[in-house]
Design a protein around this ligand. Structure first.
Ligand code: ADP
Ligand code: MG
Length: 573
């Protein structure tokens, strides 16, 4: 018969810590939020070995007196809510009173803090949540919290941590989120003595964006400033010409709290509507300010999801805010929220959603099916090209009857095979740029690119560092044609999304497939000679039957099929 045990307090704390403190970045987030809640306007984060060794956050906030300092690291201790009703109008980041207790339970932690009124500060040292030392000390007003040896007493969790560059990218992401939106706070991030983020106090969020994302992006943003029905929408969105292949450069906030929220992001996408190409995503830094009693923050331990009391109202106001911004900038899209379901954008080119986990299997299967159908002794051509439809399909006659060819799938296939062959033979054809292109990256992108210098070099991208998070791109793989700097950034973001510390053959392969797809121009009108050349290249391909992502390149309707469709088969006339 099972016996019920009462768990020891220290074990309870370790279990609870697992909820909020997953990795060094979670510690950084909690400490940063505490400093902001303490009204600091200068926050310095210093980390070593991506936070695994040390995380130190210093602020000039209100500090704590002795009594509070001795309470703050215990479970369920908070100065932010006093009574139950406060829970329904939260204006601070914290309120659960468990972050410090959780961090303390799984590390060695010290707190140095002083309030304005006191002439001396206090220093306490803890080991796994146990008080080791308490002394008075001279220090300025504010708080310094230092964490050493995170997870020293949770070996399983420690082992689960990723390589430094991955853990660092999580920290960069967190700090970037806060640094972007807190314009009146100076936020600095220093890793192994190297300054990675320096976001000074400023008048406008746009200055923060400029110092973190660079001028190129900043110049292509539109300001959103709208309020109605007690809802305010403030921030910056990219012009429809500045887009990315994914959502990694979207920053969404509710009451300056970084959140994930589909209601709001859907509203933004709906407002962009046909201004966006298929599979392209805008960049935005957008804060929606809602009365605290109209949201519920107490939904998730990490508080990055909030529940909205009136979802449709928020959706509608955000939609109108973005629309108004387009209108003011003479970018008018004819649509309204109501119409949105009826009016569909013209899809020149759409890719199926690829789910990384099942990709490999699906692909193999698709290739197999298509291959089997054709490989039974036949040739694809010769083709008698009849024309192009919807700037997407080539219509031709071949020995098997009527052929419908997806030009984008073919381009992807041809590029992919050429590229992988060049790569295998180590003869990547590079195109030297007449004028080197300066590419501003954000700190997250910069770190990963710098760390994977050789990988990019192998692919055919040559660049040098050019000061603050900027690269000087001098050559690109010739195969990508007139590759815009955005595609280079798309590749970097794709690599970031993969969250790998070491690039292996499989990752390289996935990046190449991605790049070949991203470099194919959607909805391109082709001339006869262009179509002819494309089909000749397809015929020479090792696997002409599908694109590298597994979609078919060609569909054939045989004469027999046609006769069946026209109910001719069996007729004698
Ligand atoms: P919460 O933020 O949910 O209140 P925490 O465990 O993060 O819980 O912090 C507990 C308390 O410690 C806070 O409510 C606050 O009073 C105090 N505190 C923590 N960090 C700081 C800081 N940097 N400056 C001043 N007070 C702090
Ligand atoms: Mg807190």
């Amino acid at each position: 018969m099972p016996k019920i045990n009462i768990l020891h307090e220290s074990l309870v704390k370790k279990i609870a810590a697992g909820e909020v403190i997953e990795r060094p970045a979670s510690v950084v987030k909690e400490l940063l939020e505490n400093s902001l809640d303490a009204k600091a306007d200068e926050i310095k984060i210093e980390i070593e070995s991506a936070g695994k060794k040390k995380i130190k956050v210093s602020d000039n906030g209100v500090g704590m007196d002795e009594q509070d300092a001795l309470l703050c690291y215990k479970s369920h201790t908070t100065s932010k809510i006093k009574q139950e009703s406060d829970l329904f109008k939260i204006i601070s980041f914290g309120f659960r009173g468990e972050a410090l207790a959780s961090i303390a339970a799984v590390s060695n932690l010290s707190i140095t803090t002083k309030v304005e009124e006191s002439d001396k500060g206090i220093l306490i040292e803890l080991e796994a949540g146990k008080l080791l030392k308490k002394e008075y000390t001279g220090c300025p007003k504010g708080t310094i919290i230092e964490i050493k040896d995170l997870f020293f007493n949770l070996p399983a969790r420690k082992k689960y941590l990723k390589a430094d560059n991955i853990e660092l990218s999580h920290i960069l992401r967190i700090v970037t989120k806060y640094a972007l939106i807190n314009k009146s706070v100076s936020i600095k991030l220093i890793h192994n003595k190297r300054e990675l983020i320096n976001s000074p106090k400023t008048e406008s969020v746009l200055n923060n964006i400029a110092s973190i994302f660079g001028i190129q992006i900043t110049k292509n943003l539109l300001e959103v400033d709208y309020s109605n029905n007690n809802i305010r929408v403030k921030g910056f969105i990219s012009k429809p010409t500045l887009t990315r292949a994914d959502k990694t450069e979207q920053y969404l906030y509710i009451n300056t709290r970084a959140v994930r929220n589909n209601i709001i992001s859907d509203a933004v996408y709906n407002a962009y509507h046909t201004l966006l190409f298929i599979n392209r995503h805008p960049i935005f830094i957008l804060d929606t300010i809602i009365p605290p009693e109209d949201i519920d923050v107490n939904v998730h331990p990490t508080k990055n999801i909030v529940r909205l009391k009136n979802e449709s109202l928020v959706k509608n106001e955000v939609f109108k805010a973005i629309k108004k911004t387009f209108k003011e900038n003479n970018l008018i899209v004819e649509t309204s929220l109501e119409q949105e379901t009826i009016k569909k954008p013209i899809q020149h080119y759409s890719f199926p959603d690829t789910k990384q986990t099942t990709l490999a299997v699906k692909e193999k299967l698709a290739e197999y099916v298509v291959e089997k159908k054709y490989k039974e002794n036949k040739h694809l051509g010769p083709f008698n090209i009849l024309g192009q439809i919807n700037k997407t399909y080539i219509i031709a006659e071949n020995p098997h009857g009527l052929a419908v060819i997806d030009q984008h799938a073919v381009q992807e296939r041809v590029k992919y095979e050429r590229f992988t062959k060049e790569l295998r033979k180590k003869v990547i054809i590079k195109q030297k740029l007449m004028k080197p292109r300066l590419i501003e990256l954000n700190p997250i992108q910069y770190e990963i690119t710098k760390n994977n210098n050789m990988f990019f070099e192998n692919l055919g991208f040559s660049f040098q560092n050019f000061g603050k998070n900027t690269l000087k791109l001098t050559s690109i793989p010739e195969i990508f044609g007139k590759l815009k700097s955005t595609i280079f950034i798309d590749i970097i973001n794709e690599l970031l999304k993969m969250k790998v510390s070491l690039i292996n053959k499989e990752i390289e392969e996935r990046i190449i497939r991605f790049a070949c797809r991203a470099s194919v121009k959607a909805g391109d009108e082709l001339t006869m000679p262009q179509m002819k050349k494309l089909l000749e290249e397809l015929e020479k391909a090792d696997n002409p039957y599908s694109c590298p992502h597994g979609r078919p390149t060609i569909i054939n309707l045989s004469i027999a099929d046609l006769e069946k469709k026209f109910k001719r088969s069996g007729w004698k006339d």
